[in-house]
Design a protein around this ligand. Structure first.
Ligand code: ZN
Length: 261
């Protein structure tokens, strides 16, 4: 499917672009962490494959029932195109925000989501470092919402591409001038803004949930203070699972089933 190829190409191009920017404007300079990158990319390939379940299932259902595309709320409404796009963006972003907050609240979801947080450093390769089961849960939650609202397919694709671009940017090891960062983070999550969320200190971890648009963080007052140094001195990762043996691909895949973190 052309949409899937487009999405995967976007993910690869974004990661390559941000890795290049990190070499020019790094928040902190470090030797290339080749092993960590390979582990993150291995997990990303698995997680992204599972993420594709939603469009594949949606397409299969559409083929099985030709009435499906016209059944959704938006498909039957007289809302103008720009309004439909706005509703799609807010609904999908709101769902991501709700799922993310639940992932920090519910122990079984946290076991899955903690794999993303267990990275002891932060750069573009962290973006898609998720446990595949976490993406499976997100895909399952997203599917009925898509069926219910019946969104314009192009709006869903545009949202997915935009969130992939901003997510990769906000995970980057990048330093922006403080004044620019302050203005930019009113609209999108900046590297400094999202770095706070990856702090090992739980109070900071449970804040700044947005990796893309912080609108719901501001609305529900879950945004935290962003340090002026761009978060350079923040200790990243979890308080546990910091040793090398906890960071192997097999350890990351089995982490949710091993012990309470
Ligand atoms: Zn999180």
């Amino acid at each position: 499917m052309a949409e899937i190829e487009f999405y995967l190409s976007t993910a690869v191009i974004c990661m390559t672009a941000v890795l290049f920017l990190e070499s020019v404007f790094p928040l902190h300079v470090a030797p290339v962490p080749l092993r960590r990158w390979l582990r993150n990319l291995g997990l990303s390939v698995l997680a992204l494959s599972i993420s594709l379940l939603t469009p594949l299932l949606f397409l299969a259902l559409t083929h099985a029932s030709s009435a499906l595309p016209t059944m959704g709320l938006l498909a039957q409404s007289k809302v103008p195109a720009w309004g439909q796009w706005l509703i799609v963006f807010l609904t999908l972003e709101g769902l991501r925000y709700a799922l993310h907050r639940l992932s920090h609240r519910l122990p079984w979801l946290w076991r899955l989501h903690a794999v993303h947080h267990s990275d002891v450093d932060l750069d573009a390769t962290t973006t898609h470092r998720h446990h595949p089961l976490e993406n499976f849960v997100s895909s399952l939650a997203m599917l009925p919402v898509l069926i219910a609202i019946g969104p314009p397919p192009l709006a869903v694709l545009a949202y997915t591409v935009l969130t992939t671009m901003v997510d990769t940017f906000s995970h980057g090891n990048l330093r922006l001038p403080t004044a620019i960062d302050k203005v930019l983070r009113l609209a999108i999550a900046t590297p400094a803004y999202h770095r706070v969320h990856h702090s090992a200190a739980r109070a900071q971890t449970d804040s700044n949930y947005a990796g893309t648009f912080p609108v719901f963080d501001y609305l529900f007052r879950s945004h935290g203070r962003v340090p002026d140094d761009g978060g350079r001195n923040i200790t990243l990762g979890l308080e546990t699972n910091r040793d090398a043996s906890s960071q192997s691909l097999m350890a990351l895949l089995s982490a949710p089933f091993r012990r309470v973190q």
